[in-house]
Design a protein around this ligand. Structure first.
Ligand SMILES: Cc1cc2nc3c(=O)[nH]c(=O)nc-3n(C[C@H](O)[C@H](O)[C@H](O)COP(=O)(O)OP(=O)(O)OC[C@H]3O[C@@H](n4cnc5c(N)ncnc54)[C@H](O)[C@@H]3O)c2cc1C
Length: 464
């Protein structure tokens, strides 16, 4: 495979979970003009954009063609100080947005639990944050996109102009084209700090009633849940709620430079941890210690945004903790009506099987936006699990439970879901597929995830 003018490189490719690892060919375009060449130069080849590869499984890798690294497409193009609208290339990272705009008093309206993602990745999975129940997903703050299509055309789209292409690209996992530019809104902040409260919940019922109680009072909410606890402690959690802090809420020392934070030293995991360290006992001890580390029932504090939003980013390469074979994250969401029963059953299954996660995450979500967007009004649970014998069978069991309760799995974290289960979970898939079939009839844009889930265009049969 070669494309004149654009150097290629053979590489091992994987997502954040380091499962699966494939051999692929990558290209790294630097200029907008070289994007069009990607389509022209090698008409038989398939393509897929990759941002920071922070999706866990096989969504950002393509073993059947080129994987296009967008990291050099990282220029900020314009910013409107009145409205907070930023237009930037898709390879700009959330970290770059934060470092540029927090000191000027602006913050992303939606951010996931890591800042090392690109804007392209934020759109392609329509990411959600701890404020989804109030502010929706990334797409709610998105104004327009510029996309390279399979035809070679570069087109603009928004919710008003080319809305089908826009809604198929939001959450569309890179399968409609390569996003070149993203225009979205930031929100005004007075300080770079979060006024937060951390509360212990002794079990799942308490956690859910605390989410209900604080839903409108706090913009951000999340629970770190001990998924190995059982009996009357099933679902015990450390819950964290927060709002952007006002100037008056800061200590006099911090008020001097309210939009600046001191970046803490990051620690890097230097090697792959031995797989034997990941067992029911070590995870149970860790979870117990995490829960016990807060003695008081409630602790109030004002913390910088980095500490509140991105605690995992302090531990660089923390995916190595799960050993050489990698890990998957099982993140699912259940509708509000079935959430409690479904979560109880899921936690019971995990606790009985001893298949826990160091820390599981529970969040409240609001309504769905894009056709393939993950959120739905209800509760989402995320469990990190090392790839070990018997895991796939266990996760198949969780899939059945998820479908039975009307839920779905988050494809940004997935590496093993089957195509039938995917169709049962994503009911708007046919609407999405109709647009994919129109804009990419020859399936130029594909990924290992798409191949696994048998996502490909359908052709209307003529004369039948
Ligand atoms: C520690 C951690 C915490 C996380 N927390 C959350 C969370 O709270 N909420 C949440 O929603 N997600 C969360 N995620 C998942 C992450 O936000 C998404 O997977 C996101 O898509 C990753 O962005 P990326 O730039 O790394 O994209 P990649 O992983 O490289 O790609 C993801 C998808 O986007 C497509 N894509 C990337 N760039 C483009 C482009 N320019 N044009 C077209 N398609 C493109 C790829 O083809 C692929 O399908 C978390 C991930 C980690 C590692």
């Amino acid at each position: 495979m070669s494309q004149p003018g654009l150097p290629t490189l053979d590489a091992s490719l994987c997502g954040w979970g380091r499962y699966p690892v494939i051999q692929g060919t990558v290209q790294r375009p630097e200029k907008a003009s070289s994007f069009a060449k990607l389509i022209e130069n090698d008409p038989g080849e398939t393509l897929l954009a990759q941002g920071s590869a922070r999706s866990y499984g096989d969504a950002a890798i393509n073993s059947k063609g080129y994987t296009i690294l967008t990291e050099r497409m990282n220029r900020m193009l314009s910013f409107d100080e009145q409205t907070g609208r930023l237009r930037a290339e898709a390879g700009v990272t959330m970290q770059e947005v934060l470092e540029t705009f927090v000191p000027r008093g602006w913050f992303p309206a939606v951010t996931p639990g890591t800042k090392y993602i690109t804007l392209g990745g934020a759109v392609a999975f329509d990411v959600h944050g701890k404020n989804h129940h109030q502010d929706g997903a990334f797409s709610r703050h998105l104004h327009s996109l510029k996309i390279l299509l399979a035809s070679g055309d570069i087109v603009d789209c928004s919710a008003q102009h080319n809305p089908d292409l826009f809604w198929a690209t939001v959450g569309g996992m890179g399968l409609t084209g390569i996003i070149q530019e993203v225009e979205f809104s930031l929100r005004r902040i007075e300080t770079a700090y979060i006024n937060s409260i951390s509360i212990k919940a002794q079990n799942l019922y308490e956690a859910v009633s605390l989410f209900d109680k604080y839903e409108s009072q706090y913009q951000y909410s999340v629970a770190w849940i001990d998924c190995l606890a059982s009996g009357k402690h099933l679902g015990r959690s450390l819950m964290s709620f927060g709002n952007h802090a006002s100037l008056e809420q800061l200590s006099p020392g911090r008020r001097v430079k309210p939009l600046q934070i001191t970046h803490k030293k990051r620690v890097k995991i230097p090697f792959d941890f031995p797989a034997q360290l990941l067992n029911r006992y070590t995870m149970g001890c860790f979870n117990q210690a995490y829960f016990a580390r807060q003695r008081a029932q409630e602790v109030q504090s004002v913390v910088d945004y980095d500490t509140f939003f991105y605690p995992l980013d302090f531990l660089q390469a923390w995916n190595r903790l799960y050993g050489k074979r990698g890990f998957v994250q099982y993140q699912c969401v259940f509708p509000l009506e079935t959430s409690q029963s479904a979560l109880v059953q899921m936690l019971q299954l995990c606790s009985q099987a001893g298949r826990g996660s160091f820390l599981a995450v529970l969040k409240r979500l609001g309504p769905q936006e894009g056709w393939l967007s993950f959120p739905m009004e209800g509760y989402t649970l995320a469990l990190d699990m090392p790839v070990q014998p018997g895991l796939w069978k266990f996760l198949d069991r969780l899939d059945r439970l998820t479908i039975e309760f009307g839920g779905r799995v988050y494809l940004a974290k997935d590496a093993r879901l089957g195509s039938d289960a995917f169709r049962a979970m994503y009911r708007d898939y046919p609407k999405w597929l109709a647009v994919k079939s129109r804009v990419d009839p020859d399936n130029r844009f594909t990924s290992n995830l798409a191949q696994r889930l048998q996502i490909e265009p359908v052709h209307e049969r003529v004369g039948v």
